[in-house]
Design a protein around this ligand. Structure first.
Ligand code: PMP
Length: 404
Protein backbone atom coordinates (compact mmCIF):
# COMPACT_ATOMS: atom_id res chain seq x y z
CA UNK A 1 0.00 0.00 0.00
CA UNK A 2 1.94 2.82 1.42
CA UNK A 3 5.37 1.24 1.55
CA UNK A 4 8.37 2.96 0.02
CA UNK A 5 9.02 1.27 -3.30
CA UNK A 6 11.56 -1.40 -2.36
CA UNK A 7 13.83 -0.01 -5.03
CA UNK A 8 13.90 3.39 -3.30
CA UNK A 9 15.21 2.06 0.02
CA UNK A 10 17.60 -0.08 -2.00
CA UNK A 11 19.05 3.02 -3.64
CA UNK A 12 20.65 3.90 -0.29
CA UNK A 13 23.65 1.62 0.32
CA UNK A 14 23.49 1.71 4.12
CA UNK A 15 19.77 0.94 4.21
CA UNK A 16 20.13 -1.76 1.59
CA UNK A 17 22.86 -3.40 3.69
CA UNK A 18 20.85 -3.23 6.94
CA UNK A 19 17.28 -4.26 6.14
CA UNK A 20 16.57 -4.59 9.87
CA UNK A 21 17.30 -0.89 10.57
CA UNK A 22 14.46 1.60 11.05
CA UNK A 23 16.17 4.90 10.42
CA UNK A 24 14.10 7.79 11.75
CA UNK A 25 16.79 10.45 12.17
CA UNK A 26 16.96 12.01 8.72
CA UNK A 27 16.48 15.51 10.16
CA UNK A 28 19.94 15.06 11.71
CA UNK A 29 21.55 13.32 8.72
CA UNK A 30 19.80 11.69 5.79
CA UNK A 31 21.30 8.55 4.32
CA UNK A 32 23.54 9.04 1.30
CA UNK A 33 22.16 8.07 -2.12
CA UNK A 34 24.13 5.54 -4.16
CA UNK A 35 24.61 8.02 -7.01
CA UNK A 36 26.15 10.56 -4.63
CA UNK A 37 28.51 7.98 -3.16
CA UNK A 38 29.46 6.76 -6.65
CA UNK A 39 30.15 10.33 -7.75
CA UNK A 40 32.49 10.88 -4.78
CA UNK A 41 34.38 7.65 -5.47
CA UNK A 42 34.59 8.40 -9.20
CA UNK A 43 35.90 11.88 -8.51
CA UNK A 44 38.48 10.76 -5.95
CA UNK A 45 39.72 7.94 -8.18
CA UNK A 46 39.77 9.74 -11.53
CA UNK A 47 39.84 13.52 -11.02
CA UNK A 48 41.40 14.16 -7.59
CA UNK A 49 43.41 17.38 -7.74
CA UNK A 50 43.06 20.84 -6.27
CA UNK A 51 40.81 23.34 -8.05
CA UNK A 52 41.55 26.85 -9.38
CA UNK A 53 45.30 26.31 -9.33
CA UNK A 54 46.53 23.66 -11.73
CA UNK A 55 47.18 23.86 -15.45
CA UNK A 56 47.60 20.10 -15.98
CA UNK A 57 44.71 18.03 -17.34
CA UNK A 58 43.84 16.31 -14.07
CA UNK A 59 43.45 19.66 -12.31
CA UNK A 60 41.40 20.99 -15.21
CA UNK A 61 39.10 17.96 -14.91
CA UNK A 62 38.72 18.63 -11.17
CA UNK A 63 37.93 22.28 -11.90
CA UNK A 64 35.33 21.34 -14.46
CA UNK A 65 33.63 18.85 -12.13
CA UNK A 66 33.57 21.38 -9.28
CA UNK A 67 32.12 24.14 -11.46
CA UNK A 68 29.58 21.72 -12.95
CA UNK A 69 28.52 20.91 -9.38
CA UNK A 70 27.96 24.62 -8.84
CA UNK A 71 25.77 24.73 -11.96
CA UNK A 72 23.69 21.82 -10.67
CA UNK A 73 23.26 23.52 -7.30
CA UNK A 74 22.20 26.73 -9.06
CA UNK A 75 19.52 24.76 -10.95
CA UNK A 76 18.35 23.06 -7.73
CA UNK A 77 17.85 26.53 -6.23
CA UNK A 78 16.69 28.27 -9.44
CA UNK A 79 19.41 30.86 -8.88
CA UNK A 80 19.85 33.59 -11.48
CA UNK A 81 23.58 32.91 -11.81
CA UNK A 82 26.11 30.29 -10.72
CA UNK A 83 28.12 33.17 -9.22
CA UNK A 84 25.46 33.39 -6.52
CA UNK A 85 26.20 29.86 -5.31
CA UNK A 86 28.91 29.38 -2.68
CA UNK A 87 30.12 25.99 -1.47
CA UNK A 88 30.66 25.84 2.29
CA UNK A 89 31.21 23.04 4.77
CA UNK A 90 27.52 23.03 5.75
CA UNK A 91 24.54 25.12 6.84
CA UNK A 92 26.35 26.22 10.01
CA UNK A 93 29.25 27.60 7.98
CA UNK A 94 26.82 29.28 5.57
CA UNK A 95 24.95 30.98 8.40
CA UNK A 96 28.18 32.13 10.06
CA UNK A 97 29.33 33.46 6.69
CA UNK A 98 26.26 35.69 6.43
CA UNK A 99 26.51 36.78 10.07
CA UNK A 100 30.12 37.86 9.52
CA UNK A 101 30.11 39.14 5.95
CA UNK A 102 26.63 40.68 5.67
CA UNK A 103 26.85 41.40 9.41
CA UNK A 104 30.01 43.37 8.63
CA UNK A 105 27.89 45.84 6.64
CA UNK A 106 25.61 46.54 9.65
CA UNK A 107 26.17 49.14 12.37
CA UNK A 108 25.23 49.64 16.00
CA UNK A 109 21.49 50.12 16.36
CA UNK A 110 20.58 48.20 13.20
CA UNK A 111 18.18 45.38 14.01
CA UNK A 112 18.42 41.74 13.03
CA UNK A 113 15.22 39.76 13.58
CA UNK A 114 15.45 36.02 14.17
CA UNK A 115 12.93 33.73 15.86
CA UNK A 116 12.70 31.70 19.04
CA UNK A 117 12.45 28.60 16.82
CA UNK A 118 15.98 28.85 15.43
CA UNK A 119 18.57 26.11 15.54
CA UNK A 120 21.55 27.35 17.57
CA UNK A 121 23.48 27.77 14.33
CA UNK A 122 21.10 30.58 13.34
CA UNK A 123 21.01 31.98 16.87
CA UNK A 124 24.51 32.13 18.30
CA UNK A 125 26.20 33.82 15.28
CA UNK A 126 23.76 36.74 15.65
CA UNK A 127 24.39 36.98 19.39
CA UNK A 128 28.12 37.13 18.59
CA UNK A 129 27.46 39.84 15.98
CA UNK A 130 25.54 41.80 18.61
CA UNK A 131 28.59 41.60 20.91
CA UNK A 132 30.97 42.70 18.13
CA UNK A 133 28.96 45.53 16.60
CA UNK A 134 26.14 46.59 18.94
CA UNK A 135 23.32 45.55 16.60
CA UNK A 136 19.94 44.97 18.18
CA UNK A 137 18.77 41.34 18.08
CA UNK A 138 15.01 40.80 18.24
CA UNK A 139 13.10 37.53 18.45
CA UNK A 140 9.85 36.56 16.78
CA UNK A 141 8.07 34.53 19.48
CA UNK A 142 6.37 31.21 18.83
CA UNK A 143 2.81 30.09 19.46
CA UNK A 144 2.01 27.17 21.76
CA UNK A 145 2.25 24.94 18.67
CA UNK A 146 5.75 26.20 17.90
CA UNK A 147 4.83 28.31 14.87
CA UNK A 148 6.23 31.80 14.43
CA UNK A 149 3.81 34.31 15.95
CA UNK A 150 3.46 36.58 12.95
CA UNK A 151 1.08 38.94 14.78
CA UNK A 152 4.23 40.41 16.33
CA UNK A 153 5.86 41.33 13.01
CA UNK A 154 4.77 45.02 12.79
CA UNK A 155 6.65 45.92 16.00
CA UNK A 156 9.76 43.89 15.06
CA UNK A 157 10.14 44.49 11.34
CA UNK A 158 10.26 48.28 11.09
CA UNK A 159 12.66 50.84 9.60
CA UNK A 160 15.49 49.76 11.99
CA UNK A 161 15.33 46.19 10.74
CA UNK A 162 18.04 45.27 8.24
CA UNK A 163 17.71 41.49 8.15
CA UNK A 164 15.14 38.83 8.98
CA UNK A 165 16.94 35.49 9.46
CA UNK A 166 14.66 32.53 10.14
CA UNK A 167 14.40 28.83 9.67
CA UNK A 168 12.36 27.51 6.74
CA UNK A 169 11.25 24.58 8.86
CA UNK A 170 11.85 23.78 12.53
CA UNK A 171 14.17 20.87 13.21
CA UNK A 172 12.16 20.12 16.39
CA UNK A 173 8.49 20.57 15.52
CA UNK A 174 8.65 20.34 11.74
CA UNK A 175 6.64 23.60 11.58
CA UNK A 176 6.98 25.30 8.20
CA UNK A 177 7.56 29.03 8.28
CA UNK A 178 5.16 31.31 6.42
CA UNK A 179 7.96 32.76 4.30
CA UNK A 180 5.69 34.86 2.06
CA UNK A 181 4.34 36.89 4.99
CA UNK A 182 7.84 37.50 6.34
CA UNK A 183 9.17 38.52 2.93
CA UNK A 184 6.28 40.97 2.42
CA UNK A 185 6.92 42.55 5.84
CA UNK A 186 10.68 42.75 5.22
CA UNK A 187 10.32 44.22 1.73
CA UNK A 188 8.09 47.03 3.06
CA UNK A 189 10.98 48.33 5.18
CA UNK A 190 13.84 47.37 2.84
CA UNK A 191 15.11 44.55 5.08
CA UNK A 192 16.79 41.46 3.64
CA UNK A 193 15.64 37.89 4.32
CA UNK A 194 17.84 34.90 5.12
CA UNK A 195 16.24 31.47 5.12
CA UNK A 196 17.93 28.62 7.00
CA UNK A 197 16.96 25.81 4.64
CA UNK A 198 18.75 23.04 6.55
CA UNK A 199 15.43 21.22 7.06
CA UNK A 200 13.71 22.56 3.95
CA UNK A 201 16.02 21.49 1.14
CA UNK A 202 15.64 17.78 2.02
CA UNK A 203 12.00 18.08 0.98
CA UNK A 204 12.63 19.08 -2.61
CA UNK A 205 14.26 21.54 -5.00
CA UNK A 206 13.87 25.19 -4.02
CA UNK A 207 13.03 28.32 -5.97
CA UNK A 208 14.89 31.12 -4.24
CA UNK A 209 13.53 33.65 -6.75
CA UNK A 210 9.90 32.67 -6.19
CA UNK A 211 10.50 32.69 -2.41
CA UNK A 212 11.62 36.31 -2.78
CA UNK A 213 14.45 35.88 -0.26
CA UNK A 214 18.04 37.15 -0.27
CA UNK A 215 20.05 34.30 1.26
CA UNK A 216 19.46 30.54 1.50
CA UNK A 217 21.63 28.10 3.48
CA UNK A 218 21.57 24.29 3.55
CA UNK A 219 23.69 21.18 4.20
CA UNK A 220 24.55 18.35 1.81
CA UNK A 221 24.33 15.58 4.40
CA UNK A 222 20.63 16.27 4.97
CA UNK A 223 19.97 16.16 1.20
CA UNK A 224 21.14 12.59 0.55
CA UNK A 225 24.65 13.82 -0.25
CA UNK A 226 28.02 13.49 1.52
CA UNK A 227 28.90 15.22 4.77
CA UNK A 228 31.26 18.19 5.00
CA UNK A 229 29.62 20.24 2.26
CA UNK A 230 26.82 22.78 2.17
CA UNK A 231 25.64 25.78 0.23
CA UNK A 232 24.99 29.43 0.62
CA UNK A 233 22.99 31.15 -2.08
CA UNK A 234 22.94 34.95 -1.99
CA UNK A 235 21.61 37.61 -4.33
CA UNK A 236 24.42 38.73 -6.63
CA UNK A 237 24.36 42.41 -5.75
CA UNK A 238 24.41 41.67 -2.01
CA UNK A 239 27.31 39.24 -2.27
CA UNK A 240 29.23 41.77 -4.38
CA UNK A 241 28.88 44.36 -1.61
CA UNK A 242 29.96 42.02 1.20
CA UNK A 243 33.47 41.69 2.64
CA UNK A 244 34.87 38.15 2.93
CA UNK A 245 34.40 35.97 5.99
CA UNK A 246 37.35 33.55 5.94
CA UNK A 247 40.48 34.77 4.18
CA UNK A 248 43.44 33.03 2.56
CA UNK A 249 44.14 31.34 -0.75
CA UNK A 250 41.69 31.41 -3.61
CA UNK A 251 39.66 34.43 -2.49
CA UNK A 252 41.99 37.29 -3.39
CA UNK A 253 42.38 39.69 -6.29
CA UNK A 254 45.93 40.76 -5.44
CA UNK A 255 48.06 40.55 -2.32
CA UNK A 256 50.87 43.00 -1.67
CA UNK A 257 52.74 43.55 1.60
CA UNK A 258 50.52 46.59 2.12
CA UNK A 259 47.03 45.39 1.25
CA UNK A 260 44.82 42.76 -0.36
CA UNK A 261 41.97 43.05 -2.81
CA UNK A 262 39.17 40.49 -3.04
CA UNK A 263 38.12 38.20 -5.84
CA UNK A 264 34.52 38.53 -7.03
CA UNK A 265 31.88 36.18 -5.57
CA UNK A 266 31.62 33.23 -5.27
CA UNK A 267 35.43 32.82 -4.97
CA UNK A 268 35.58 35.70 -2.44
CA UNK A 269 33.71 33.43 -0.01
CA UNK A 270 35.56 30.18 -0.71
CA UNK A 271 38.92 30.68 1.00
CA UNK A 272 41.22 27.68 0.98
CA UNK A 273 40.65 24.30 -0.61
CA UNK A 274 36.90 23.72 -0.85
CA UNK A 275 35.16 20.37 -0.27
CA UNK A 276 35.64 19.35 -3.91
CA UNK A 277 34.63 15.68 -4.05
CA UNK A 278 31.85 16.40 -1.55
CA UNK A 279 30.48 19.16 -3.81
CA UNK A 280 30.55 16.73 -6.75
CA UNK A 281 28.73 14.12 -4.65
CA UNK A 282 26.19 16.66 -3.47
CA UNK A 283 25.51 17.68 -7.07
CA UNK A 284 24.75 14.04 -7.93
CA UNK A 285 22.29 13.91 -5.00
CA UNK A 286 20.65 17.17 -6.06
CA UNK A 287 20.42 15.98 -9.66
CA UNK A 288 18.68 12.82 -8.40
CA UNK A 289 16.35 14.90 -6.22
CA UNK A 290 15.42 17.01 -9.25
CA UNK A 291 14.30 13.86 -11.07
CA UNK A 292 11.73 12.88 -8.41
CA UNK A 293 7.96 13.30 -8.25
CA UNK A 294 7.82 15.55 -5.17
CA UNK A 295 4.04 15.97 -4.83
CA UNK A 296 3.81 12.17 -4.63
CA UNK A 297 6.66 11.97 -2.10
CA UNK A 298 5.12 14.70 0.04
CA UNK A 299 1.77 12.89 0.03
CA UNK A 300 3.46 9.63 1.12
CA UNK A 301 5.52 11.32 3.82
CA UNK A 302 2.44 13.14 5.12
CA UNK A 303 0.49 9.86 5.33
CA UNK A 304 3.34 8.23 7.26
CA UNK A 305 3.56 11.24 9.54
CA UNK A 306 -0.17 11.09 10.21
CA UNK A 307 0.06 7.38 10.97
CA UNK A 308 2.89 8.03 13.41
CA UNK A 309 1.04 10.89 15.13
CA UNK A 310 -2.14 8.78 15.47
CA UNK A 311 -0.11 6.01 17.09
CA UNK A 312 1.77 8.36 19.40
CA UNK A 313 -1.49 9.99 20.51
CA UNK A 314 -2.68 6.62 21.81
CA UNK A 315 0.21 6.53 24.36
CA UNK A 316 -1.12 7.76 27.71
CA UNK A 317 0.51 11.00 28.87
CA UNK A 318 2.63 11.48 25.73
CA UNK A 319 2.85 15.13 24.71
CA UNK A 320 3.38 16.01 21.07
CA UNK A 321 5.19 19.23 20.24
CA UNK A 322 4.35 21.19 17.09
CA UNK A 323 1.46 22.07 14.84
CA UNK A 324 -1.73 20.01 14.74
CA UNK A 325 -2.36 20.56 11.04
CA UNK A 326 -0.52 18.11 8.80
CA UNK A 327 0.08 20.65 6.03
CA UNK A 328 1.80 23.02 8.48
CA UNK A 329 4.59 20.56 9.24
CA UNK A 330 7.34 18.60 7.59
CA UNK A 331 7.48 14.91 8.66
CA UNK A 332 9.38 15.68 11.86
CA UNK A 333 7.66 14.75 15.10
CA UNK A 334 8.95 15.47 18.61
CA UNK A 335 7.36 14.26 21.81
CA UNK A 336 7.77 13.98 25.57
CA UNK A 337 6.78 11.06 27.77
CA UNK A 338 6.50 12.25 31.39
CA UNK A 339 9.11 10.70 33.66
CA UNK A 340 11.21 9.25 30.83
CA UNK A 341 14.39 10.87 29.59
CA UNK A 342 14.78 10.92 25.77
CA UNK A 343 18.27 9.41 26.04
CA UNK A 344 16.82 6.38 27.84
CA UNK A 345 13.97 6.16 25.34
CA UNK A 346 16.40 6.29 22.42
CA UNK A 347 18.66 3.66 23.96
CA UNK A 348 15.83 1.18 24.37
CA UNK A 349 14.62 1.95 20.85
CA UNK A 350 18.15 1.38 19.54
CA UNK A 351 18.05 -2.13 20.96
CA UNK A 352 15.00 -2.64 18.75
CA UNK A 353 16.81 -1.38 15.61
CA UNK A 354 15.28 2.08 15.74
CA UNK A 355 17.46 5.15 15.23
CA UNK A 356 15.92 8.28 16.78
CA UNK A 357 17.39 11.35 18.42
CA UNK A 358 16.70 12.65 21.91
CA UNK A 359 17.90 15.84 23.58
CA UNK A 360 17.55 19.57 23.08
CA UNK A 361 18.17 19.33 19.32
CA UNK A 362 20.33 22.50 19.37
CA UNK A 363 17.16 24.53 19.89
CA UNK A 364 17.11 25.33 23.59
CA UNK A 365 15.19 28.64 23.28
CA UNK A 366 12.43 26.85 21.35
CA UNK A 367 12.20 23.99 23.83
CA UNK A 368 12.06 26.47 26.72
CA UNK A 369 9.23 28.34 24.95
CA UNK A 370 7.36 25.06 24.53
CA UNK A 371 7.84 24.22 28.21
CA UNK A 372 10.24 21.33 27.61
CA UNK A 373 13.93 20.82 28.31
CA UNK A 374 14.48 17.84 26.07
CA UNK A 375 12.37 15.70 23.78
CA UNK A 376 12.51 12.66 21.52
CA UNK A 377 12.37 13.24 17.76
CA UNK A 378 11.38 10.94 14.91
CA UNK A 379 11.98 12.29 11.42
CA UNK A 380 10.75 10.71 8.21
CA UNK A 381 12.42 10.84 4.81
CA UNK A 382 11.46 9.51 1.40
CA UNK A 383 12.95 6.05 2.07
CA UNK A 384 10.83 5.37 5.17
CA UNK A 385 7.73 3.22 5.04
CA UNK A 386 4.90 1.87 7.16
CA UNK A 387 7.14 -0.82 8.64
CA UNK A 388 9.29 1.93 10.19
CA UNK A 389 6.25 3.54 11.79
CA UNK A 390 4.91 0.21 13.08
CA UNK A 391 8.36 -0.62 14.51
CA UNK A 392 8.48 2.74 16.28
CA UNK A 393 5.08 2.25 17.87
CA UNK A 394 6.00 -1.30 18.92
CA UNK A 395 9.34 -0.02 20.20
CA UNK A 396 7.64 2.59 22.35
CA UNK A 397 5.52 -0.22 23.80
CA UNK A 398 8.79 -1.89 24.91
CA UNK A 399 10.02 1.45 26.28
CA UNK A 400 6.93 1.82 28.42
CA UNK A 401 7.18 -1.76 29.68
CA UNK A 402 10.91 -1.49 30.44
CA UNK A 403 11.21 2.04 31.77
CA UNK A 404 7.84 3.29 33.02
N1 PMP B 1 19.60 24.72 10.94
C1 PMP B 1 18.72 23.75 11.17
C2 PMP B 1 17.27 24.06 11.18
C3 PMP B 1 19.18 22.44 11.38
O1 PMP B 1 18.31 21.46 11.61
C4 PMP B 1 20.57 22.18 11.36
C5 PMP B 1 21.11 20.77 11.60
N2 PMP B 1 20.49 20.07 12.61
C6 PMP B 1 21.44 23.24 11.10
C7 PMP B 1 20.92 24.49 10.89
C8 PMP B 1 22.92 23.03 11.06
O2 PMP B 1 23.26 22.19 10.03
P1 PMP B 1 24.74 21.54 9.96
O3 PMP B 1 24.94 20.85 11.27
O4 PMP B 1 24.65 20.60 8.82
O5 PMP B 1 25.69 22.66 9.74
Amino acid sequence: MNAAPASLRDEFPLLAATPELHYLDSAATAQIHRLALDAVVRHETTRRANVSRGTYRLAEAADLAYEQARQTAARFLNATSTDEVIFTSGATASLNLVAHAFGGTLKAGDRVVISVAEHHSNFVPWQMLRERTGIELALIPVTAAGQLDLARLPELIDSKCRLVAVTQCSNVTGAWTDVATLVTAARKVGAKVLLDGAQGAQHGPQDVRALGIDFYAFSGHKCFGPGGVGMLWGRGELLAAMPPFLTGGGMIGEVTPQATTWAAPPQRFEAGTPPIAQAVGLAAALEWMMSLDWPQIHAREARLCELMIEGLQRIPGLRLLGPEAQEARAPIVSFEIPGLHPHDICQVLDAHQLALRGGHHCAQPLLAALGAEVCTRASIALYNDEADIAALLDGLGFVLRELA
